[in-house]
Design a protein around this ligand. Structure first.
Ligand code: GLU
Length: 411
């Protein structure tokens, strides 16, 4: 799986490298990660035994600014997956034009097996292992799968023990510790803006569109809520417990309340339960994969009914599935643009931290909308003038800017 993630990232990169006419030496330079750190994290478990976990931080590129990217806690995390995701962050920050490079971290752990205390000790141990290579002007972690504002608070606190007060060392913090208003909704909101921008370019609107959201964590639940608020009809959702469909429209707030009370959608009665994997091929206009990578494959792509796919997750579409979508005329809004709302508001949070001056939520959302709009205009122009899919256009823009920055800085 994780080797696939890296192969896929490299495949998409190579497509853009070819389109840009990069020479082999330059392509290799851009693709190769700057630094890969792997640390052992030992903690005392609640039962007195020792738990040993492996943590990773991969810093892919910093030619446009400090390394930036999330930290994921998942039992499938390994060095190749983190390396792939770090590379995606480099192109993502470049596509939306925020002054960062790309990085990613992860710990191979099943968070369901750990208590809150154990998670806190694990997070602090991880910071002990990587504090020398992170910092507000070097590398800035953020939440990703199975990490959240509390995780960021522990990182902020542990880092402060080494380097003093430095809220800009992580983003996605709780508001009380220098987090930004609008950050928790930002990735879902960015998906909304991305989709609205595409619909606008196609002369269409969101009103009445039937939407399916696969994954109901932070990104998926916010996307479902915000798409519904803008007049779309959410006809299907899914999480680890399975899929849930209701052609008449799902009451998103009731689903969110159920997850808040029970942890997952298990037992929620607001829709008909179906197999979780089957959700992506149910009838709809817009599909938002917002969970794991590699869910849209050559096996199921032909059966996907949606005409627009908004990649809320990182790497949900394999290159083979992507090719099928292109042939079918499905518009895929690629992860490195579609889910860039999160890192964009991370940038706002970091800017607020560096200035010790905090914004109203309305300003955060307006600035996010502006950045997503500008980025789309550029992508759409590349896609139409070069006659290439949106994903290739996004890579052309993302890789192209990093290439320019790298050239200007010199070897
Ligand atoms: N983990 C998110 C992503 O994949 C956010 C990264 C960030 O805010 O730095 O884009």
């Amino acid at each position: 799986m994780s080797k696939d993630a890296l192969d896929n990232a490299n495949f998409y990169f190579e497509t853009a490298a070819k389109e840009l006419g990069l020479t082999r030496d330059v392509a290799v330079q851009l693709r190769t990660p700057h630094r890969q750190v792997k640390v052992e994290c030992n903690i005392e478990k609640d039962d007195g035994s020792i738990g040993t976990y492996v943590g990773f931080r991969v810093q892919h590129d910093n030619s446009r600014g400090p390394f930036k990217g999330g930290l994921r806690y998942h039992f499938e995390v390994d060095d190749q997956e983190v390396t792939a995701l770090a590379q995606l962050m480099t192109w993502k920050t470049s596509v939306v034009g925020v002054p960062y490079g790309g990085g990613k971290g992860g710990i191979c752990v099943d968070t369901r097996q750990l208590s809150e205390g154990e998670l806190q000790r694990l997070t602090r141990k991880f910071v002990d292992g990587i504090y020398e290579v992170i910092g507000p002007t070097t590398d800035i972690p953020a939440p990703d799968m199975y990490t959240n504002a509390q995780t960021m608070a522990w990182i902020f606190d542990q880092y402060a023990k080494y380097r003093g007060y430095a809220p800009g060392v992580v983003t996605g913090k709780p508001i009380e510790l220098g987090g930004s208003l609008g950050r928790s909704a930002a990735t879902g909101r960015g998906c909304l803006f991305a989709c609205q921008n595409l619909l606008g370019a196609l002369g269409d609107t969101l009103a009445g569109k039937r939407v399916i959201v696969q994954g109901f964590g932070n990104v998926g639940s916010w996307a479902a809520r915000l798409f519904a608020e803008q007049g779309a009809k959410i006809v299907g959702i899914a999480d680890i417990s399975g899929g849930y469909v209701n052609a008449g429209g799902i009451d998103v707030e009731s689903a969110i309340a159920h997850v808040q009370a029970h942890g997952t959608l298990e037992g929620w009665t607001g829709a008909d339960a179906i197999d979780g994997a089957a959700i992506v091929t149910q009838d709809c206009d817009i599909l938002i994969p917002a969970a794991l990578g590699g869910v849209l494959t050559k096996e199921n792509a032909g059966d996907v009914a949606a005409k627009i796919i908004v990649e809320g997750a990182n790497g949900p579409t394999t290159p083979q599935a992507d090719e099928i979508f292109t042939k079918k005329g499905v518009h895929v809004i690629p992860d490195i643009y579609a889910n860039a709302g999160g890192v964009t508001v991370s940038y706002f949070e970091w800017a607020q931290n560096m200035q010790h001056f905090y914004w109203e939520e309305e300003k955060v959302n307006t600035e996010l909308e502006r950045i997503m709009k500008n980025a789309f205009t550029k992508l759409w122009a590349e896609a139409t003038t070069r006659n290439i899919p949106l994903r290739t256009a996004a890579y052309v823009v993302g890789v192209g800017r990093v290439h320019q920055a790298t050239q200007l800085r010199g070897v």
